[in-house]
Design a protein around this ligand. Structure first.
Ligand code: ADP
Ligand code: ASP
Ligand code: MG
Length: 476
């Protein structure tokens, strides 16, 4: 292929209903005119949550959850077919395909309800059905506009390890399969519309990449195809200086670096899955975040240098739904390997440690994880320290779920010692109590923990302290 391939990913809101799918299809058509294109698509918005809820309801023995789910899927997707597809034959063929997928998910949920057990494999299969449905709708919508398109299941392309729910891609195998499968389509000027969020092991077992993982699918394929660019179409104008739901006057950033984007995603900027930049940063493949509802706007470009600005700070981000776990007690200093055992327990519970913090007392070890991992992690810690707790060597394992992490992010912050000082004095002036400060965080952020109730105030006051609502002066 002479010309570099573009990879475009459409998120759930960008394919949320028939009008959105039409808009996405016309963006695809415009791009397909200028060069080879691979499309990645998420489930229609709300569908993945609906699938996961039905899977859990089935596991609780709710036998009618399967039927109710099937009805919802049918309503939403068949309604879209009626609007999107003009020919009778094409519409009925697509409806048959959609019904087949819905039937399979319904069977999986019924089986789950009978067994009253939801295996990780079954959850992967159920939760990924939304992408199988949306890929077929979008492919047909593109065909309706006069361009060849074909839905392709990413199980044929992205080879992963066998970690259900958060699988990792195997680069060499993925590259080989992707090139073999997609090249003939591209050469015949057909646009592959690939299901986001999924992959399969070398043995062919379906896996998923984690919630919001379609962004990751796009960059995995971008790297595999040595793409010229990856464009992530979403419902905002790009990466903003803060979550627009927290800061109404947040501004769109023109250009940020891979490091800045990765840091923002890691600390809660939902616009990107935290692993999105991994596959493309080394190869320097630019990633764009653009608004599918306003495709005339330029969006944010993510590059190696990210065009530094004079003020250093680029954005403020925050994550709620996290828990601070403390292992502590007066005797802890003398207990052998407490830190090692603590983090081994967290790893055994498969909890991702978001940050390790400093507490007021040096006798405590504190760390933060996502609240969904809390119960498992605490149980694992209690098991690991059972003897020490019984002998009062470790006095408590406590949990605070009413907290949030706030991070101030920017590439050039490390040369600017005043930033941490300004950050903490603003919070002091606002009367916001800092529960802990991150230890060993990267040079690209200053992060700290506050009460959940102070999160919005902390983000807003830092956003205005660093003047992020105004355009920044660039540094050449
Ligand atoms: P998609 O369905 O396209 O994957 P998501 O809902 O996953 O979209 O991500 C887009 C949302 O991320 C935006 O609507 C916005 O509310 C939220 N968001 C949080 N932080 C940021 C940020 N710093 N910049 C842009 N959007 C952000
Ligand atoms: N549909 C999946 C989810 O909701 C993946 C994605 O949207 O990126 O998590
Ligand atoms: Mg997303």
């Amino acid at each position: 292929m002479d010309q570099k391939i573009s990879v475009m990913k459409f998120g759930g809101t960008s394919v949320g209903d028939a009008d959105c799918i039409k808009r996405a299809a016309s963006i695809v058509i415009d791009a397909a005119r200028t060069g080879p294109l691979v499309v990645v698509v998420s489930a229609m918005s709300g569908i993945t949550n609906r699938l996961i809820d039905a899977a859990h309801a089935s596991a609780n023995g709710e036998t009618n959850a399967a039927g109710a789910l099937a009805a919802t899927l049918r309503d939403q997707h068949v309604a879209a077919i009626k609007i999107l597809v003009s020919g009778q034959e094409a519409a009925s063929q697509l409806t048959v395909e959609i019904e087949k997928i819905i039937g399979e998910v319904e069977d999986l949920c019924r089986g789950t309800a009978l067994l009253r057990e939801l295996t990780p494999r079954a959850l992967d299969s159920i939760s990924s059905a939304g992408e199988r449905l949306s890929a077929r709708l979008l492919a047909q919508a593109i065909c309706e506009l006069g361009c060849h398109a074909k839905a392709v299941d990413a199980t044929e392309l992205i080879v992963t390890d066998n970690t259900s729910g958060r699988a990792e891609p195997l680069t060499v195998e993925t590259r080989q399969r992707t090139i073999t499968r997609l090249t003939p389509l591209l050469e015949s000027h057909s646009v592959p519309v690939v299901t986001g969020f999924v992959g399969a092991t070398t043995e062919g077992t379906l896996t998923t990449l984690g919630r919001g993982g379609s962004d990751y699918s796009a960059t995995i394929l971008g790297a595999a195809l040595d793409a010229g660019e990856v464009i992530i179409w979403t419902d905002v104008d790009g990466v903003l200086t803060a979550d627009p739901r927290l800061v109404p006057d947040a501004r769109t950033l023109q250009e940020i670096s891979y490091n800045e984007a990765a840091e923002l995603a890691y600390f809660g900027a939902k616009v990107l899955h935290p692993k999105t930049l991994r596959p493309v940063s080394e190869a320097g493949i630019p990633v764009w975040i653009r608004n599918s509802f306003a495709p005339e706007r330029p969006g944010t470009q993510i590059t190696t240098t990210g065009h530094p600005t004079a003020r250093g700070v680029k954005a403020i981000t925050a994550i709620g739904d996290v828990s601070l776990i403390t292992v502590g007690g007066r005797g802890i200093v003398g207990v052998l390997g407490v830190a090692a055992r603590t983090f081994t327990a967290a790893a055994t519970a498969q909890a991702n440690v978001l940050l390790i913090s400093q507490s007021s007392s040096e006798n405590d070890i504190c760390f933060i994880i996502n609240s969904v991992d809390e119960a498992r992690t605490v149980a694992e810690l209690r098991r690991a320290f059972a003897f020490d707790l019984a002998h009062k060597e470790v006095e408590h394992i406590s949990v605070d779920s009413d907290i949030a992490i706030v991070a101030v992010v920017g590439d050039r912050m490390r040369g600017m010692p005043g930033i941490a000082g300004r950050t903490f004095s603003v919070l002091g002036r606002r009367g916001i109590n800092i529960i802990a400060i991150a230890q060993g965080s990267s040079e690209y952020n200053v992060s700290f923990v506050v009460q959940a109730g102070s999160m919005r105030d902390a983000v807003q006051s830092l956003h205005s302290e660093f003047g992020l609502q105004r355009p920044a002066d660039r540094v050449e």
